[in-house]
Design a binder for this molecule. Structure first.
Ligand code: DX5
Ligand code: ZN
Length: 208
């Protein structure tokens, strides 16, 4: 299992990014919020950009924004492996996916807990990753929604039926207990479980 660490709940981002850099975590998950798609707002890119001095891990960018195309060129400048945005934005989904790919970056689509899996079907030939939200997007430290297990299994069945190699990532409320409901995914995104601990590496090991 791959692990992507979210620092959304960190009270000292430079310190925690440096600590994560000393672990074998696969990706740093970067949550971007615009105050519209979700109520909270992250700091502007001009400040966010400086944070990446503290890590040389590949970034897994999660855009919780209404207008992904405003953010894609900015985050494409960084050491980015994936840029993911929400299928619920509805407008210009295909254009945004192609824009991400035009930078040579892998593209993903995220789905909120109440969004049906079938909304992803038109984009399966284009995407590299599906990010299943196991909490309502917008803040860290929430509890895993148990019905996400069926959702992950449904996404896995859908991908199998298309013989697709798209990765499945699960984001929200991930711990060493809830990970058992995510056995069919490829990447676990964990925030507070890692950040609010003494040993980041022990927590990462417990998710593998
Ligand atoms: C929630 C974010 C998550 C969040 C995960 O909207 O997308 O990435 O930071 O944090 P935990 O693991 O604390 O639920
Ligand atoms: Zn996220």
């Amino acid at each position: 299992m791959k692990v992507s660490a979210s620092f959304l709940s960190s009270s000292n981002i430079p310190r925690d990014l440096k600590k994560l850099n000393e672990t074998d975590v696969d990706f740093i998950h970067v949550d971007i919020m615009d105050g519209k798609f979700v109520p909270n707002k992250t700091m502007p890119f001009s400040e966010m950009k400086n944070i990446y001095k503290f890590t040389d891990k590949r970034l897994d960018v999660h855009l919780m924004v209404e207008d992904p195309k405003k953010y894609i060129p900015l985050y494409a400048e960084l050491n980015t492996e994936y840029i993911t945005f929400h299928v619920e934005v509805m407008d210009e989904v295909e254009e945004c996916l192609e824009l991400i790919k035009s930078f040579g970056i892998k593209c993903g689509l995220a789905i909120k807990p109440d969004t049906p899996v079938k909304s992803l079907v038109p984009y399966l030939p284009i995407i590299d990753m599906i990010l299943v939200m196991s909490v309502e997007p917008g803040k860290g430290g929430q509890s895993f929604i148990a019905s996400s297990k069926e959702k992950i299994d449904e996404v896995r069945d859908l991908l199998d039926s298309y013989n697709s190699h798209v990765m499945i990532s699960v984001d929200g409320g991930i711990t060493n207990t809830t990970k058992d409901m995510c056995s069919k995914c490829d990447i676990l995104v964990a925030g507070s479980y890692i950040i609010n601990s003494e040993s980041f590496q022990d927590r990462i090991d417990s998710l593998r």
